[in-house]
Design a protein around this ligand. Structure first.
Ligand code: SAH
Ligand code: SF4
Length: 391
């Protein structure tokens, strides 16, 4: 069969703008919403109130049908639906793990797919959100990094994942009167597919809505953005977003980190550590999380643990040890438990919290680093994709 052109386009470009067509009000900033409402003829005197009402409907009541927004006049509701849409990604499937983890496979405009994962914990629940379809970085231990198809998510597609999880958890009805502490979806982590700092503006706009008291209304301390180490964007994260930061560290020498996290060849350990030391707002109550995936015989020696402690000296930090999660064809094995324990002890004795992250949702391939679009999972090699595209 003759290959279709869009596949070639997908392979080569990362769209940075919203898809054309009617404007989706979900995910746009307040300022842009005011502008759009003025453009359709909303009187200037009313525009702030109309935007506040829309935000309440969309982000606090979960309403995605203009006709149900009963505190707006019928004519105005019609005007809105003639000019705008309220769209979130389509849920293609939901898998539930025996440990309660839920994985959503979502389809975006254009047919691309991403995954989002909800992890229930004692008294709280965390949604792991994706920021890109695939990832341009190719960390050798990460399933997402093997996916060739890459595009940035729009801010609406990022916030949309939170709305979808709230739908599924039936949380809209129970929302009024609850605070961050008692919600099923109490925390958001940007640790799904993609490198969030390679999609900075859209991630920032989405997280601002998640943190806005009239939006999703989660405190900024309940939001963590994880980066593989895009150094130039690190201080912007503090200045323009203000959420907590996690860094995928994984290697204590440039030689090891170059192999595991190849972005290290661009910004090496020394440059990264300097950027983290300069990270504004750092204090003991707002520490940087160092993520460290434990891979058998690669980065799990006692020497590695001592080197890690030395490298991060002076940075208020917590070290999150992640036992390596295997995926089909993965080139590594998980470190053995005694080694993980020894590593954790050394870090703990140096005065840092060193929790070991319990793998969640492994039976549905929802654990850290196992995410990959379902359709991509079936594709085997770049050669095959290239052949399909007829390049
Ligand atoms: N791109 C960002 C965020 C997504 S990855 C980043 O790299 O930080 C989220 C976390 O999962 C990162 O800490 C990543 O290193 C970790 N991870 C990736 N693959 C993994 C695997 N196979 N097992 C365990 N953790 C993994
Ligand atoms: Fe991308 Fe993060 Fe996976 Fe590396 S670990 S390939 S940066 S998603």
């Amino acid at each position: 069969m003759k290959p279709s052109a869009p596949i070639i386009h997908d392979l080569l470009t990362i769209p940075r703008t919203l898809p054309s067509g009617p404007v989706n009000l979900i995910g746009i900033s307040r300022a842009l919403m005011l502008k759009k409402l003025l453009e359709i003829g909303t009187p200037e005197k009313q525009v702030k109130m109309r935007a506040a009402q829309l935000w309440q409907w969309i982000y606090q009541k979960g309403e995605r049908n203009f006709s149900q927004m009963t505190n707006l006049s019928k004519n105005y509701r019609e005007l809105l639906s003639e000019n705008f849409i309220l769209e979130v990604p389509k849920v293609i499937s939901k898998k539930c793990s025996k440990d309660g983890t839920r994985k959503y496979l979502l389809q975006l405009a254009g047919g691309h797919e991403v995954e989002a994962v909800y992890i229930p914990e004692e008294g709280r629940g965390t949604l792991c959100v994706s920021s890109q379809v695939g990832c341009t970085l190719t960390c050798s231990f990460c399933h997402t990094g093997t996916q060739k198809l890459v595009r940035n998510l729009t801010s609406g597609e990022i916030v949309g994942q939170v709305l979808i999880a709230r739908d599924d958890l039936g949380e809209w009805e129970n929302l009024s009167g609850t605070n961050n502490e008692t919600r099923s979806l109490s925390n958001v982590v940007l640790m799904g597919m993609g490198e969030p700092l390679y999609n900075f503006e859209n991630v920032r706009d989405a997280l601002k809505i998640v943190m806005d008291p009239e939006g999703i209304c989660l405190s900024r301390k309940r939001i963590t953005l994880s980066t593989s180490g895009v150094v130039p964007e690190i201080s912007r994260t503090a200045d323009e977003i203000g959420c907590l930061l996690a860094v995928s560290f994984h290697g204590t020498t440039d030689e090891i980190r170059d192999k595991l996290v190849p972005i290290n060849k661009k910004w090496n350990i020394e440059t990264l550590i300097k950027a983290l030391k300069d990270y504004p707002r750092l204090s003991n109550s707002e520490r940087i999380t160092f993520e460290y995936v434990m891979i058998k015989d690669v980065n799990d020696s006692e020497l590695d643990a001592f080197r890690l402690v030395k490298l991060i000296a002076g940075i208020p930090a917590k070290i999150n040890l992640i036992p390596f999660n295997e995926w089909p064809g993965s080139p590594y094995k998980r470190s053995e438990w005694p080694k993980i324990k020894k590593f954790a002890d050394i870090i703990h004795r140096a005065g840092y919290a060193s929790p070991v992250r319990t793998p969640r949702g492994e039976d549905i391939m929802a654990a850290c680093g196992q995410l990959k679009s379902e359709t991509e999972r079936q594709r085997k090699s770049k050669k095959e994709i290239t052949m399909e595209a007829g390049i």
